[in-house]
Design a protein around this ligand. Structure first.
Ligand code: F3S
Length: 288
């Protein structure tokens, strides 16, 4: 049985960078507190907890002598200042793609322009971005919310990093009805999610079974599963190698593997080893 990995899988650049920054702080002997869960993966959070990394919900829960971590989603400038006041050290793991959105919003606000961010208003990334242009920014989910906007002044339109391109461009187009000024549209969507889906789709047509490794509550992992299922009926979403049922692999010659953007490499390696082990058992059973 051949085990094939999708071309793009697992940690995106921003999450990998955040985990590395936390591990560096741990290695330096720091007591590390992440403001909000560093990543949406229970197993990885447990592993980090074993290294003394804990999660807090509020900067006030951080004591002096501790190291505070800003996760990849970023925070508002006010929350950053609160962390700097409370903690001895702040590790800023804001994904550089998110920093770009924050800077664009801040600059437009300085120029007294309106900023429209297309995304979910209650997503931590959006709350952080709004903090960079509190008086000038509006966050809207999609084009259906454009009508609720006031008349706009030289608007800048940017996006949450993880939304769909169609939603963004349709909304940007609709925003033109809200101003007589020129609309500046800057596409700030990150390609990590789409790259993983495209790679899974390409592989799903070539295999007899597919394992997507990711949290059950992770929307990007569930989306990967539905992409795989379109072409490979035997597609499964699993969190760890323990969930692989060898009975599902009877008659399977090629099995595909991918993982959501919050799935660490060590969990992926465990799944691959388990599949290879099952493959060897199948081989020796058929030889006997
Ligand atoms: Fe950054 Fe894209 Fe990941 S914005 S955190 S690399 S999904």
């Amino acid at each position: 049985m051949q085990v094939l990995l999708a071309d793009e899988y697992g940690f995106c650049f921003g999450v990998e960078r955040a985990v590395e920054m936390v591990e560096e702080a741990v290695a330096a002997g720091d007591t590390v507190r992440s403001l909000g869960p560093l990543i949406h993966n229970d197993q990885e959070m447990e592993r980090l907890a074993g290294q003394g990394v804990s999660t807090v919900d509020d900067p006030n829960q951080i004591s002096s002598g501790e190291t505070a971590v800003i996760r990849a989603h970023g925070v508002t400038p006010q929350v950053q200042r609160d962390l700097e006041e409370k903690a001895s050290k702040v590790v800023d793991a804001t994904c550089p793609f998110v920093t770009r959105v924050q800077k664009l919003a801040a600059r437009a606000a300085e120029e007294d322009r309106h900023v429209i961010v297309v995304g979910s208003p209650d997503h931590p990334e959006m709350i952080g971005v709004k903090g960079y242009a509190p008086e000038h920014a509006f966050i809207i989910k999609d084009e259906t919310e454009v009508q609720s906007l006031p008349r706009l002044r030289r608007p800048l339109v940017v996006s949450q990093t993880t939304i769909k391109a169609k939603t963004f461009f349709d909304t940007a187009e609709a925003i033109k009805t809200k101003t007589d000024d020129e609309v500046q549209v800057v596409n700030t969507i990150c390609s990590a999610t789409r790259d993983r889906q495209d790679a899974a789709r390409a592989l799903a047509g070539e295999v007899d079974a597919f394992y997507v490794i990711g949290g059950n509550h992770s929307s990007n992992s569930r989306k990967l599963l539905s992409v795989c299922k379109e072409q490979c009926e035997k597609s499964f979403l699993i969190e760890t190698a323990l969930e692989i049922n060898p009975a599902d692999l009877v008659g399977v010659e090629r099995v595909g593997v991918t993982a959501g953007a919050s799935t660490p490499k060590w969990l992926i390696d465990e799944v691959i080893s388990k599949l290879e082990e099952i493959g060897k058992m199948k081989e020796s059973a058929s030889a006997n």
